[in-house]
Design a binder for this molecule. Structure first.
Ligand code: S3P
Length: 168
């Protein structure tokens, strides 16, 4: 299938890049977190608090399977943890061309430090948590990606141009 898929750590800019890319390429945009919140009729923080992370991860896999049946020529931004499952990485490849928005822990921390909606980043030392999680996840992101786009120090215009150059 011919979708453009954006993956990367929380705060790497997937949602914003997805919206702007949608406008530029005149393709509809879908965000897996928003799809899941719509289906579940509750916020992700509530899903984590009530049913736990494994339940949420299962919802992500189900969401990808549904998109495979219904979505083509669109932009899809996905939750930061979705590519961690091997099954999901395969589904992402089937869905289209995968772009990894690669940001440093410092960039991510600056963007998410006031955020209270991401359950995995709450706690005493979010900066250390970001560093650890990013190091653990980077390999999975690279395995899932067709193209890696470094985003540190770039404005959205630059990031969009780089992605557009690779969209096939
Ligand atoms: C998560 C990222 C979040 C959301 C959930 C878990 C993660 O999405 O899916 O809070 O494990 O990285 P964003 O990357 O859009 O913040």
């Amino acid at each position: 299938m011919n979708n453009v898929i954006l993956i990367g750590f929380m705060g790497s800019g997937k949602t914003t890049v997805g919206l702007r890319l949608s406008y530029r390429l005149r393709r509809a945009v879908i965000d897996t977190d928003k799809e899941i919140e719509k289906e579940e009729k509750r916020a992700i923080s509530d899903i984590f608090a009530t049913d736990g992370e494994v339940y949420f991860r299962d919802r992500e896999t189900a969401c990808l399977k549904k998109l495979l049946e219904s979505t083509n020529n669109q932009i899809i931004s996905v939750g930061g943890g979705l590519p961690l499952r091997e099954e999901n990485r395969k589904l992402l490849h089937e869905l289209g061309q995968v772009f990894y928005l690669n940001a440093s822990a410092e960039t991510i921390y600056e963007r998410v430090k006031h955020d209270t909606t991401r359950p995995l980043l709450q706690g005493d030392d979010p900066k250390a948590k970001i560093r650890t999680m990013l190091a653990e996840r980077d390999d999975c992101y690279r395995q899932a990606a067709d193209v890696v786009i470094g985003v540190d120090g770039k404005d959205f215009e630059q990031i969009l141009c780089e992605i557009e150059q690779h969209v096939s």
